[in-house]
Design a protein around this ligand. Structure first.
Ligand SMILES: Cc1cc2nc3c(=O)[nH]c(=O)nc-3n(C[C@H](O)[C@H](O)[C@H](O)COP(=O)(O)OP(=O)(O)OC[C@H]3O[C@@H](n4cnc5c(N)ncnc54)[C@H](O)[C@@H]3O)c2cc1C
Length: 387
């Protein structure tokens, strides 16, 4: 066990921290208010080569690993949780191809996302299939050398601004074993952004409903040599990034604590700064304890992913990290508001935004309840034990 960051990780941390302070912090409130996609964030990430952190070098990524991505995400999420999602999305929209695609597919479809030439999205959720992924209704019907894809995907992060998406559909409906992934360009006939969601938080990264109305794609856009990916496709992709969702929570918690501490130092009550009140001191300490515990779980989860341990029998620690860190972000954001009192409730400060953003984290990439289903199954099966 090594608790020191390597030189490479320290460099990534500094690069992301610089972007966070120079580009993201001054714009975060405006991005939330207007809900306009922050192209300047994307350009800063692209220019600093942060978009391909987990992607192979042979296609233009840096292959620096999941821990490196989590560290970068943590830095930027201190100021804007949408920025953390933007970094994560390059990996979410390509990991299915990285794990299951051919070398040609990796070069052709991951390369442009790794280098920031284009933007991607990951299309799994449907109106009747969220947690219950096996119930997907989208279909891909073989027609000569093509597949014809039809179906609707909802809540797709970055969908409204994507150039290319990975979409999951069944080739032999309703059999979940026939689930396969396809790479679709959003310029293809039949693809449509049907609507853009009006949502509580994480407004810098638009989500929306995407419709696939008989989108015809050539066979080479089926991810992998042959059909047969099944449920392991989406599950491996989601598992590999669960600790990184946790990192968004860690960064958000750190940002909220820093802000509340700064305020508590300045604000006076009963003749003294708030930091002299033991009730406030205890809150600050509890927040720090929570953040530190979450960060260790998240970093451990990243190391597990980088060691290839993100399959069905060893994914439970990734669920522990995701559930703890995202729930921590909600607790810490709430306590930070409490420390500011009435000011905490006002849009003049970033805490109400952090609070709204934190709420998203307990829902995406497997809800907190689904993480507990996975953890309890590992306990009952004996994969997680304390003997
Ligand atoms: C802002 C945002 C961005 C998103 N981005 C993406 C994206 O980019 N791509 C994508 O594909 N999807 C995305 N999603 C979808 C997200 O992954 C789903 O919303 C999530 O998986 C839950 O599915 P659901 O909304 O259908 O809820 P449901 O599955 O209907 O669940 C409803 C409630 O029941 C609980 N529940 C369901 N099944 C069980 C069970 N077996 N045991 C215990 N409790 C259970 C859930 O935890 C939840 O509390 C996004 C969602 C949001 C809100």
């Amino acid at each position: 066990m090594d608790f020191q960051l390597s030189e490479a990780h320290t460099l990534i941390k500094h690069t992301a921290a610089q972007i966070a302070k120079d580009v993201i912090a001054p714009r975060a409130a405006e991005v939330d208010r207007t809900a306009e996609y922050p192209e300047d964030y994307f350009q800063a990430f692209r220019d600093s080569e942060l978009l391909g952190i987990t992607l192979p070098e042979m296609v233009g990524g840096s292959d620096a690993g999941t821990l490196a991505l989590a560290i970068a995400v943590e830095e930027v999420a201190k100021y804007d949780c949408s920025a953390g999602l933007m970094l994560l999305l390059s990996s979410l929209s390509t990991h299915t191809i990285k794990f299951f695609g051919t070398e040609r597919q990796q070069k052709e479809y991951i390369g442009p996302i790794a280098t920031g030439q284009i933007k991607g999205a990951f299309c799994l959720t449907e109106p009747d299939a969220g947690s219950d992924v096996a119930n997907l209704q989208a279909r891909a019907v073989r027609d000569g050398d093509d597949y014809v894809i039809s179906g609707q995907k909802i809540y797709i992060s970055g969908g409204p601004v994507a150039d290319q998406v990975v979409v999951f559909a069944k080739t032999d409906y309703p059999d979940p074993r026939s689930l396969n992934a396809f790479v679709v360009d959003t310029s293809m006939p039949g693809f449509e952004v049907t609507s853009i969601d009006r949502k509580m938080g994480v407004r810098g990264l638009p989500t929306g409903v995407l419709t696939f109305d008989d989108v015809r794609v050539p066979r080479e856009r089926l991810v992998g040599e042959t059909e047969g990916m099944g449920m392991k496709g989406p599950l491996a992709t989601l598992n590999s990034l669960r600790p990184v969702v946790g990192a968004r929570g860690v960064g958000l918690g750190e940002g909220a604590l820093m802000y509340a501490l700064d305020y508590a130092r300045q604000r006076r009550a009963f003749g003294n700064p708030l930091t002299d009140l033991q009730a406030i001191q205890m809150k600050l300490a509890d927040m720090a304890i929570d953040i530190e515990a979450a960060r260790l779980l998240v970093y451990q989860g990243c190391e597990l992913v980088d060691a290839g341990k993100f399959g069905p029998s060893d994914g439970h620690m990734l669920s522990v990290a995701k559930a703890y860190a995202t729930e921590m972000a909600n607790r810490v954001a709430s306590e930070a508001i409490q420390i500011l009192g009435g000011q905490g409730y006002m849009e003049d400060h970033p805490l109400e935004r952090h609070y709204r953003d934190a709420r998203q984290l307990m829902i995406v990439e497997g809800t907190s309840e689904i993480q507990r289903v996975i953890i309890s199954k590992a306990l009952i099966d004996g994969n997680l034990n304390y003997n």
